[in-house]
Design a protein around this ligand. Structure first.
Ligand code: C5P
Length: 422
């Protein structure tokens, strides 16, 4: 628990090696302006991008770079620094430093102080988008969260290397605001989904035609996995039920069930669900609306002289509508991908499937939706909730997922108040 005000907050700013290290100089200045006492430590990598002298001039204090420094040991060595800090902010946090923290290595000043301090730790990852998306980096971040570190999500956009994607260090003003919010909240942000159970469907279902062919779609499962991760980070117990074509690795702390058809997905969902207000069902899967009526047991052969082949399709179960009907006390979250008249279609589904909220995106915009790292959505709430809608403008799927979790938090809070009033 952090218990201090901005006026006397001792903020230890750790800068690691990355092009965005220059933003940390501005961050240090903004924090000092806000009344914090700021000391800085830097890795060797950080010193390649920005000089300790810059930070020394800005903070008015010696900048710490070495773990074993005789002069530092007499002044402020690593244990003193660790004890001095009310809050350790690692910004930018490189993939290398994140890996060290996740492993518990202590081979430089930053990684050693991170182990030695009892202060809360805010980690702001910043790196190339491919590095950020690498499963090892994501697993390391999940490990840090498990150990109580707090992550400031990177922003998306153009990167110094020319790539577009997620991994930019947020602007110093944004970082400063996040840090000050954290300090002034006087405690770790409450976990929105603590003691909640979340069941998520993700990816495409696969409907067989014969032993070698199937009907499916382009869903990659990225949004569902981003949500699963955000829900775990918010304290939930998460089960994700995934179409078997999804290639994504399973984030730490999540139970994964792989399924093929819509019927199999429905059976798995029924088994995973509980009918109470602490259970949340989130349907991100792109479920095939129709399946083949009579799946051939042998491969369908091409017939000479026959230029067309007719497959009879019959309707699949609507998983979300069925779960909503069978588990009326649980919270239902639907998704809708539309190409026109998005609001009307979304609101129609909200009512027809008896949902608490629905997130709709316009998939006619190619830069969001299927396969993309970004998304933009509008969330509509059922009429019993005070709010009608929330617009989530274009951001990384991780960021959108975090905001969707906040929307689920609003539904939970509203339900809790309604219950108290009864
Ligand atoms: O009716 P529509 O398919 O547009 O509804 C989309 C929402 O319903 C999504 O949340 C999707 O995961 C879910 N759905 C489902 N089972 C189906 C079709 C859609 O769970 N058969």
């Amino acid at each position: 628990m952090l218990s201090l005000s901005m006026k006397n907050a001792n903020i230890l700013l750790a800068i690691t090696g990355g092009i965005s290290a220059y933003k940390s100089a501005i961050l240090a200045r903004l924090l000092i302006k806000a009344g914090c006492d700021v000391r800085v430590m830097m890795t060797d990598g950080a010193c390649e991008f920005i000089t300790p002298l810059t930070l020394q001039a800005l903070t008015g204090h010696e900048v710490h770079t070495d773990l074993l420094d005789e002069t530092a040991e007499r002044g402020m060595g690593h244990i003193e620094l660790a004890k001095w800090a009310d809050l350790l902010v690692i910004a930018p946090a490189s993939a290398n430093t994140i890996a060290k923290l996740a492993m518990g290595l202590a081979d430089n000043l930053v990684s050693t102080v991170a182990l030695a301090t009892t202060a809360p730790i805010l980690v702001a990852p910043a790196m190339n988008q491919a590095m950020y998306h690498h499963a090892i980096v994501q697993n390391n971040l999940d490990t840090l969260i498990k150990f109580g570190h707090h992550i400031i999500m990177p922003a998306s956009g153009e990167q110094a290397c020319g790539d577009m994607g997620v991994g930019r260090l947020p602007e110093p003003e944004d970082l400063c605001e996040r840090i000050l919010d954290f300090v002034s909240s006087k405690q770790s942000p409450p976990l929105l989904l603590a003691d909640k159970k979340v069941v998520i469907t993700a990816g495409a279902t696969v409907e067989p035609i014969d032993p070698v062919r199937f009907l499916s779609n382009h869903s990659t499962g990225k949004m569902g996995f981003a949500l699963a991760r955000a829900c775990v980070r918010a304290g939930a117990d998460v089960t994700i039920i995934v179409g078997k074509s999804v290639q994504l690795p399973t984030p730490i702390g999540i139970t994964r069930l792989n399924v093929g058809t819509a019927d199999e997905m429905l059976t798995a969902c029924q088994g995973a669900m509980t009918d109470d207000g602490d259970t949340i069902f989130i349907a991100t899967a792109a479920v095939a609306d129709y399946k083949v009526a009579n799946v051939a047991t042998q491969k369908i052969k091409k017939v000479d002289g026959q230029d067309s082949l007719t497959l009879e399709l019959i309707k699949n179960p609507d998983i979300l509508a069925t779960i909503s009907q069978n588990f009326p006390h649980a919270i239902m979250v639907g998704f809708a991908a539309e190409t026109f008249d998005t609001e009307n279609y979304a609101k129609g589904k909200l009512v027809a499937k008896n949902l608490d909220m629905i997130a709709v995106n316009d998939v006619s915009d190619q830069s969001i939706g299927f396969g993309s790292d970004d998304n933009a959505m509008t969330v509509f709430f059922a009429k019993q909730y005070e709010q009608d809608k929330v617009v989530l403008s274009k951001a990384s799927k991780d960021n959108i997922a975090q905001q969707l979790v906040a929307c689920v938090g609003q539904v939970l809070a509203h339900r809790a108040t309604a219950q108290d009033e009864r």
